[in-house]
Design a binder for this molecule. Structure first.
Ligand code: KG4
Ligand code: ZN
Length: 326
């Protein structure tokens, strides 16, 4: 079966075509550069660009997959969580297509879709249970996944999401947006212990906002004393990333051992981080990392999860499906 995936939860307008679990095309246009001067995503701008780009993205995805629109057998769309106006564009688009083509459609949870990335193209066997970890710009979640329709939250952030903190620290240092990939590039492991920071942690719940404040205060203090040269900036940034990565790795390790899982599945934008990817080697556990090209928001993971739920679980949505911000 050919599946169309639609993703519009934040700034990426994305459509993908899968043949069962194989990705034939995955096309994304991001409105990111329109948001850069504001230092964060502006919801109204994101929605407008989804409307502007979604037809174009679908067109390219269909052409690249070498199919016709009428070959699509199922439409999967992100309906939660995300920016409400942005989600509404994708959900309405998917409903209209499903109606005009007379095909079933299914609304999927964006965070669970991130966890589907390692299973695309049947790269790994889909078996349960596993520990699912989603770390992105909007969320930091640890799940116990019994199946994709039976997911229990084990831990989450108590304040800022992990990616959000990368973005805010980068903004304070004036090094650009989004901050994650920039900090990833600037990180120098020789300087990772130059400053001692820590994250808040309670059971499997994390707090990143204190870390953000500590890094920013340290930067301001050094600046005041005229001690903030380029090298010191890199030392601060590297120590920040080290703290985040160590906290994530240790928490994931503890949760995996507490829940007795053998497999850990990781997705979301922050898992594009090269140091985090290298650091996540856990003895006696199989760690499945989202392939880099499917770590950030994309419709291929949405289509893959939608197909799994429809095909294996008989789940579908109806026209009363509404987008939900949380
Ligand atoms: O999953 P995603 O594309 O969108 C959300 O659902 O939020 O994640 C975007 C987040 C941003 O905060 C970005 O800074 C972060 O992922 N990110 C990274 C890296 N690449 C993207 N964080 C750390 N290192 C990276 N290489
Ligand atoms: Zn995401």
């Amino acid at each position: 079966m050919y599946i169309l995936g639609v993703e519009t939860s934040c700034d990426e307008t994305s459509c993908a075509i899968l043949k069962n679990f194989n990705v034939l095309s995955s096309i994304t246009i991001s409105s990111l550069k329109e948001h850069k001067k504001y230092g964060g995503i502006v919801p109204e701008i994101a929605s407008r660009y989804h409307i502007k780009n979604i037809d174009k993205v679908l067109d390219i995805a269909i052409k690249e997959a070498r199919i016709r629109l009428c070959d699509i057998g199922l439409i999967a769309v992100t309906y939660t969580p995300g920016l409400i106006g942005a989600l509404a564009v994708g959900v309405s688009f998917a409903k209209a297509l499903a109606f005009s083509l007379n095909r079933p459609f299914i609304g999927v949870n964006h965070l669970y879709a991130h966890l589907f990335a390692p299973f695309l193209n049947l790269k790994s066997r889909i078996d349960f249970p596993f520990l699912g970890v989603v770390v992105s710009g909007g969320h930091t979640k640890i799940y116990y996944v019994k199946d994709f329709d039976c997911i229990e939250t084990v831990g989450q952030t108590l304040d800022d999401a992990c990616g959000e903190v990368f973005d805010k620290v980068a903004r304070e240092f004036g090094i650009g947006y989004p901050g994650g990939p920039i900090i990833d590039r600037l990180f120098n492991k020789n300087y990772k212990s130059s400053f001692q920071f820590k994250c808040g942690k309670k059971n499997f719940n994390l707090s990143f906002s204190g870390l953000k404040t500590a890094v920013i205060y340290k930067k301001l203090e050094l600046e005041k004393k005229h001690l903030l040269d380029k090298k010191t900036k890199i030392k601060l940034i590297s120590s920040f990333q080290e703290t985040v990565v160590c906290t994530l790795v240790n928490t994931i390790k503890e949760a995996a051992s507490r829940y007795g899982v053998l497999k850990i599945v990781c997705g979301g934008g922050v898992f594009a981080n090269s140091y985090l990817r290298k650091s996540l080697r856990i003895k006696n556990k199989m760690v499945l990392l989202s392939p880099i090209e499917y770590a950030t928001d994309n419709a291929a993971t949405v289509a893959g999860l939608g197909f799994y739920l429809y095909n294996n679980k008989g789940i579908r949505s109806y026209y009363n499906l509404e987008p939900k911000a949380e």
